[in-house]
Design a protein around this ligand. Structure first.
Ligand SMILES: C[S@@+](CC[C@H](N)C(=O)[O-])C[C@H]1O[C@@H](n2cnc3c(N)ncnc32)[C@H](O)[C@@H]1O
Length: 267
């Protein structure tokens, strides 16, 4: 199989480093694209793409190779820290301008930013306060899904407490649709974290969870450096359970909140 070409294609566009020896993953993820492309095998599809300049089908291949796994209130403890400690602390600090901006970078199908939105709606909707939640990802199809806010039974069974399901969703056939009052709290945009960022507004809290692990060390460093330009000096960075700033960016320090540690800038 043209696995080396596939690895390069994915890496050049998204910076995602697919491990050598993951040929089986390519077969599994790219097979569904074959009928539309009139190809009989993944090998044939990749051979066709190799001869053409980067276009829509190349993008579909990169999307298919991306891990979009996510769930509501993923790992729980980050959301406990957010609701019990971090939002209250920052609301005290922002008492004069009464605004908080949260960025969910690499938001996948929306469960992460919508979990933040539900938490804020349930606990912090105080008149006069404005909360902006911006969610971004590299994949257009996943963002289209996220914007709809429609989830399967299996997706709402993952992490979403029953009272939140009853309160914030309506049943729509066999699926669950997030109510517009929560959906409208989140805005979605396409942002490739591995390219230079432009036009990203300052944020008080950045969720950058379960995406750095797919990048090589240099890319992680570059991304963290850019996070520092976007994050307010007293703001907080949330990473995934297997991720850290340690040995990547010495400007961050780890701060423990109960059973979760997040990061803020030193000084
Ligand atoms: C495993 S999901 C994590 C979703 C969510 N943050 C969470 O923790 O549940 C990783 C997401 O990162 C996105 N992603 C991968 N490479 C990216 C890049 N270069 N720029 C922006 N997003 C990227 C993928 O499309 C995918 O939706």
């Amino acid at each position: 199989m043209e696995f080396d070409y596939l690895r390069r294609l994915v890496k050049d566009f998204s910076a995602i480093d697919i491990d050598a020896g993951k040929e089986y993953l390519a077969d599994l993820r790219l097979s569904p694209l074959l009928p539309d492309q009139g190809c009989e095998s993944v090998q044939e599809l990749l051979q066709q793409l190799r001869g053409k300049s980067f276009g829509g089908v190349h993008r579909k291949v990169v999307d298919a190779m991306t891990n979009n796994e996510t769930w509501f209130f993923r790992d729980l403890h980050p959301f406990t820290a957010l609701g019990d400690e971090i939002i209250p602390e920052l609301m005290k600090k922002r008492a004069s301008d009464r605004r908080l901006a949260i960025w969910s970078a690499a938001c996948s199908s929306g469960q992460e930013p919508y979990s933040i939105a539900m938490l804020i709606r349930d606990r912090f909707m105080i008149p006069g306060w404005s909360f902006s939640i911006r969610a971004t990802d590299i994949s257009t199809p996943i963002l289209e899904r996220a914007k709809k806010g429609i989830y399967t039974q299996m997706e709402v069974n993952r992490g979403l407490p029953a009272p939140a399901l009853a309160k914030h969703f309506t049943k729509s056939g066999s699926q669950w649709e997030l109510k517009s009052e929560v959906r409208d709290m989140v805005s979605f945009d396409l942002i490739n974290l591995s390219q230079p960022w432009s036009g990203i507004p300052t944020a008080d809290i950045v969720f950058l969870r379960n995406v750095l692990i797919y990048f090589e060390v240099d890319v992680r460093k570059r991304i963290l450096e850019q996070v520092r330009r976007v994050l307010r000096s007293d703001g907080y960075l949330f990473l995934g359970g297997a991720e850290t700033t340690l040995n990547l960016d010495s400007n961050f320090e780890r701060v423990q909140f109960g059973r979760y540690a997040c990061y803020r800038m030193k000084g």
